[in-house]
Design a protein around this ligand. Structure first.
Ligand code: AHR
Length: 502
């Protein structure tokens, strides 16, 4: 007797899963850069943390967004290039920086350090330009510094700073949360700013024949804001030909669930909030479809993840890393797979030490959080063709919920690669084991065709990762029974399974 059935419709393709959907976000905030990725915050004691770099390189993250966040709209890139001991120390409006939590930015880690990090870990950079407190010239100059191969002062400055060849940065975000910390703009105001910035940054693209820039506008969670923004951008005479490749949304969840005190009812609510990602994607896609029918605009979720009450400005937005958080990441990655025809990139917040980070550090060590294991587990989906799944599973009504929301207790997604079909399954039920059947359309399977693994079978959902227990969260073999086109597995509470079928 099974509790849930997942039908995998192998003939019903959705789209290729963009590898960039497994992207990350690193902001100058708390101990993310200074302390997490970079030692010290002065010229004298600077350098990469090799332990963090090595963990990030192993994960093969496809893209990394930097330097913010709210930080980006108060950041001036020229402060962070050139000899480190000559860089100005600046006040920062938004976040405490570094281990001493001083609200100042040393600029020890700037563009060349970030782009070197990307080269070392094999990731594509995604730079967020300052729209809120700067002008299009500064953004266009940044593109020229990074990407131009000609005979100009800015290209020479990059060469003198140690990088002869252009970096070829493709992804350029124009602003961050410009409805909030990035200038408190109306959608129409931001659209006008976006047009100015995209004109100058986009024109830079024409000068550089070797690669194409992808320009990214910062959207909002609500449909209406995005629709008004897109209408204003599109409304100009040059309308549909205007450079706008992606529109973003941010979705954080768990703001009322203090990790240390939460009970099982709150776990359910937390996971329902994570699953609301689907509604946000639907809404932003509807806004794009309503306004921009003649153009191809991708959706980037360039900040997402858990944000618990433990993460305050005073703690540098640090919070415990638990199985429950990791489970939410798995559920969200399943949603991204299901919307592979819409979602072109995502960037979980944040890479190291901050919010739902993947890597945590102290003075001596760096270690993987449970969410890191989920990204590793889902890696085979990257670049595969996503296919439709239908999940029949029990649901649980949320306790004391005025909105009558329900948690679906099992989730899944599936994709097809060159040699295998890959199915990921979550048991979102923290109270009970679930027996799950995975049924592959039109397949005849034998035991030897199927390999299965499981995460978190031996851990409680609220178990917090530390330097000492980090290795316990790695994947284990999962035994399954195979019969014809069906695979049956027993999933303990709060677990993630992956089944690969040759
Ligand atoms: O990730 C932390 C902050 O959350 C970012 O700076 C901002 O963009 C968002 O509100």
């Amino acid at each position: 007797m099974t509790d849930a059935r997942i039908a995998v419709h192998t003939e019903a393709s959705i789209d290729r899963i963009a590898p960039e959907v497994h992207g990350h976000f690193a902001e100058h905030l708390g101990r993310c850069i200074y302390g997490g990725i970079w030692h010290g915050d002065s010229a004298a004691e600077s350098g990469f943390r090799e332990d963090t770099v090595s963990l990030l390189a192993d994960l093969e993250l496809p893209v990394l967004r930097w330097p913010g966040g709210c930080f980006a709209d108060d950041y001036h890139w020229e402060d962070g290039v050139g000899p480190r001991d000559e860089r100005p120390r600046r006040r920062n409006l938004f976040w405490a920086q570094g281990p001493e939590e001083t609200p100042e930015e040393s600029n020890a880690f700037g563009s060349d350090e970030f782009l070197e990090l990307c080269e070392r870990i094999g990731t594509e950079p995604y730079l967020a330009a300052n729209v809120g407190s700067s002008d299009p010239q500064e953004a266009a100059n940044w593109v020229e510094y990074c990407n131009y191969d000609g005979d100009t002062e800015l290209a020479d400055r990059r060469r003198n700073n140690g990088h002869e060849e252009p970096y070829g940065v493709t992804y350029w975000g124009l602003g961050n949360e410009n409805w909030g910390c990035g200038g408190r703009m109306t959608p129409e105001q931001y659209a006008r700013e976006y047009r100015r910035f995209a004109t100058y940054v986009g024109t830079m693209d024409n000068l550089m024949l070797d690669h194409e820039l992808e320009l990214i506008a910062c959207g909002f969670e609500g449909h209406e804001w995005n629709r008004r923004f897109l209408e204003e951008v599109n409304g100009a005479p040059w309308g549909a030909s205007f450079p706008l490749d992606h529109l973003t949304l941010h979705h954080y969840y768990g703001r009322t669930m203090t990790v240390a005190e939460a009970d099982e009812d709150q776990y359910d609510q937390f996971l329902v909030e994570a699953l609301e990602m689907e509604d946000h994607i639907e809404r932003i896609a509807a806004a794009i479809n309503a306004v921009a029918t003649t153009r191809d605009i991708g959706v980037i979720v360039d900040e997402w993840g858990s944000w618990h009450p433990e993460a305050t400005a005073d703690t540098g937005l640090e919070q415990p890393g638990t199985v429950l958080d990791a489970l939410s990441a798995a559920a969200v990655l399943d949603i991204f797979n299901d919307y592979s025809d819409v979602v072109t990139m995502s960037n979980i917040a944040q890479t190291v030490n901050v919010l739902q980070c993947l890597v945590e550090t102290d003075e001596d060590d760096a270690w993987a959080r449970p969410t890191y294991r989920v990204f590793d587990f889902y890696a085979p989906h990257k670049g595969n063709e996503a296919v439709r799944t239908s999940v029949s599973a029990p649901t649980r009504e949320l306790a004391d919920d005025g909105e009558d929301r329900e948690l679906p207790l099992v989730g899944a997604s599936a994709s097809i690669g060159d040699d295998e079909t890959y199915v990921t399954v979550t048991n979102l039920d923290c109270r009970a084991e679930r027996t799950v059947e995975i049924a592959l359309e039109a397949a005849t399977l034998s035991e030897g065709d199927v390999r299965a693994e499981i995460l978190f079978a031996d851990q409680e959902p609220d178990l917090e990762v530390t330097a000492d227990n980090a290795d316990e969260f790695t994947a284990a073999d999962l035994s399954v029974s195979v019969d014809g086109s069906s695979i049956v597995a027993e999933l303990p509470p709060s677990t993630v399974a992956a089944v690969s079928i040759e």
